[in-house]
Write a protein that binds this ligand. Structure first.
Ligand code: PEP
Ligand code: MG
Length: 598
């Protein structure tokens, strides 16, 4: 990934035959050849699958299970809401229950599954759409507006289809996901189907979907405007995640050329595994600790083989996808313990749930207008204390005889750390009283909000370590949505404000004598690593698939050279000046470390 990728515009060009090339932005390296599977839906994403005769009865059963689950959920919510809400809310939930009991609606969906031989999600979508279209033609305004309830119920059924147990349907082996935007939860649901690549119209380099794609070694191209107009499920497609290219309906000669690259890409994963071990040092002997970021609990194995020294950031919120909702204290303890045992003495830093209110309450909480600035992460934890206490208790129990640290996300004020530490002490006392063993985890803070940078000395005095989350730091410092592809040119990692913030945080950690782990995507990008090292970073945490490339860069540069570069950077006034300077430096000094496509 290089900064120049930030500027690529999407364009569509048709070659002589039917082959069509679309330029986008590479967000995960690699090459794949396969068949398009269009992903539909916004809030909940799903795909159309053509079923074999044998699968139809099972699909109907899955649909019926989802209706039962949706009803149970609705009744539960109705009870909770009724305690404090006015009658009108109960009325809405009653209306939704009636829809779930409407025989003709349900039978129509079953008929579509049977006759069109499609998956339940698709049938729910198409029947709901036909109902909604009819509602919208009704003259009476009150009745016309009922289509919203229907859409709401359909959404609930679709959620239940995803959450009522594992989806039994698999995508075909060579599937390439094509969507306007792919949600991280959708990608996690699809893991077992092993899709080959992702093409999306939207989503930035640091969006969680592409962070996951890189972790899963799945080539991905974003910013492919127009792809949904041109690509139909089943179409042949090539994804070139080195050059940000998508080739639809490729000609035989193009396929032949890319086949070799695709095969080599598949092999790289295995052939290079044995390449690394032990500490990494720059040419002049500065030791840099490389840790791994982890999103999926069993992902450390590969990182370890690449020489990772523990986990610098475990995003525990991804458990919500695994457990289809809030994991219990027992489930969490088990997962945390398993991860810590797999990692060993080098330890794991578990980040407490970094979720939005909508994710946390499984869609029952009202959607926020601006979730990135809303009730999320530490704010949510300190509001829903019961669940926060459960998570802290799980970590405490798992840390007995295991090296586990706690990281608090989205800290904007030192008081949030102080409150958490108090809760932690209470929970330790509770466990002690019950005779349950627990450990003594260190506590650290994610530094990703400008307010935290400006009060870094206060924060550093209250924690055992810092984690520098550059993804959100760029987003919040520059006021640019990290998930929004249309503003990606303003997501400037090399902006002077970002680099000054990084320097300030690393210096504060050094002065206080505590470690600082850089764990945003910047740390896994060979292009940015020399700059981080020049600013004094000694610990980098990244996805497993970046480790070898980063190791290669670290062992090929001298700290003194990196330091000289950041001194020059500090005299630059704009992002453009810094980018030019870094590119020039790389061309002149480190060209051997940055072959095309790195
Ligand atoms: C970050 O913000 O840089 C970070 C590491 O966390 P996440 O990407 O999960 O927000
Ligand atoms: Mg973050």
């Amino acid at each position: 990934m290089s900064a120049s990728d930030d500027k690529k515009q999407s364009q569509v060009s048709s070659a002589n035959g039917s082959e069509m090339r679309l330029s986008g932005r590479s967000v995960s390296r690699g090459v794949a050849i396969g068949r398009v599977v269009n992903l539909h839906g916004n809030k909940r994403q799903f795909y159309k699958i053509n079923l074999e005769d044998l699968q139809i009865n099972r699909e109907i059963r899955r649909f019926c299970d989802s209706i039962r689950l949706a009803k149970r959920q609705l009744k539960k919510i109705r009870r909770i809401k009724n305690e404090k809400a006015p009658e009108i809310q109960a009325g809405i939930f009653d209306a939704h229950l009636l829809i779930l009991e409407d025989k003709s609606f349900l039978e129509k969906i079953e008929t579509v599954i049977k006759e069109q031989k499609v998956n339940a999600e698709w049938a729910v979508k198409s029947v709901t759409e036909s109902y909604v279209a009819k509602y919208k033609t009704i003259a009476d305004e009150y009745l016309r507006e009922r289509y919203i309830d229907l859409e709401d119920v359909a959404e609930r059924i679709l959620t239940a289809l995803g959450g009522g147990g594992k989806t039994t349907i698999r995508l075909k082996k060579d599937s390439i996901i094509v969507a306007k935007e792919v949600k991280p939860s959708t990608l996690i649901e699809l893991i077992e189907s092993s899709p080959k690549a992702i093409i999306s119209e939207n989503g930035g380099w640091t969006s969680h979907t592409f962070i996951l794609a890189r972790e899963m070694n799945l080539p991905a191209v974003t910013g492919s405007a127009g792809i949904l107009r041109h690509a139909q499920t089943g179409d042949e497609v090539i994804v070139d995640g080195y050059n940000g290219q998508v080739i639809l309906h490729p000609e035989a000669e193009t396929v032949r050329r890319y086949k070799l690259a695709a095969m080599q890409f598949q092999q790289i994963n295995y052939n290079t595994v044995k390449a690394a071990k032990g500490a990494v040092k720059t040419l002049d002997g500065r030791e840099i600790v490389i840790r791994s970021n982890l999103d999926l609990p069993d992902g450390y194995r590969l990182a370890k083989r690449f020489g990772a020294q523990g986990i610098g950031l475990y995003r525990s919120e991804f458990l919500f996808n695994q457990f289809k909702g809030f994991p219990t204290e027992h489930e969490q303890t088990k997962v945390y313990r398993e991860i810590a045992e797999a990692v060993g003495k080098e330890g794991v830093k578990i980040r407490t749930f970094d979720l939005s209110a909508e994710q946390f309450t499984n869609g029952t909480e009202k959607k926020e207008k601006n979730p990135a600035l809303g009730m999320r992460a530490i704010r949510l934890s300190l509001t829903y204390k019961k669940q926060f206490r459960a998570q802290l208790r799980s970590i405490l129990q798992a840390s007995y005889e295991n090296k586990i640290d706690i990281v608090l996300p989205m800290i904007s004020d030192v008081s949030e750390i102080m409150q958490t530490k108090k809760i932690l002490e209470t929970e330790k006392a509770n466990l002690k009283e019950k005779g349950i063993n627990f450990g003594n985890p260190c506590v650290g803070a994610m530094i990703e909000v400008p307010a935290a940078v400006l009060t870094i000395d206060e924060i550093a005095s209250e924690v055992d370590f810092l984690c520098l989350g550059t993804n959100d730091l760029v987003q919040y410092l520059l006021a640019v949505d990290r998930d929004n592809e249309t503003v990606s040119q303003w997501f400037q990692t090399l902006h002077p404000a970002v680099l000054r913030a990084i320097k300030k945080v690393l210096e504060a950690a050094e002065n206080r004598g505590i470690p600082a782990v850089v764990c945003g995507e910047m740390a896994g990008s060979p292009f940015y690593v020399p700059i981080l090292i020049g600013f004094g970073a000694k610990e980098l945490s990244m996805n497993a698939n970046s480790i070898l490339r980063v190791r290669r860069v670290i062992t090929g540069i001298a700290f003194e050279e990196a330091y000289e570069l950041v001194k020059k950077i500090e005299s630059c006034r704009t992002f453009g000046e810094i980018e030019t300077l870094v590119n020039k430096n790389i061309r002149e000094k480190w060209a051997h470390l940055f072959p095309a496509g790195l």
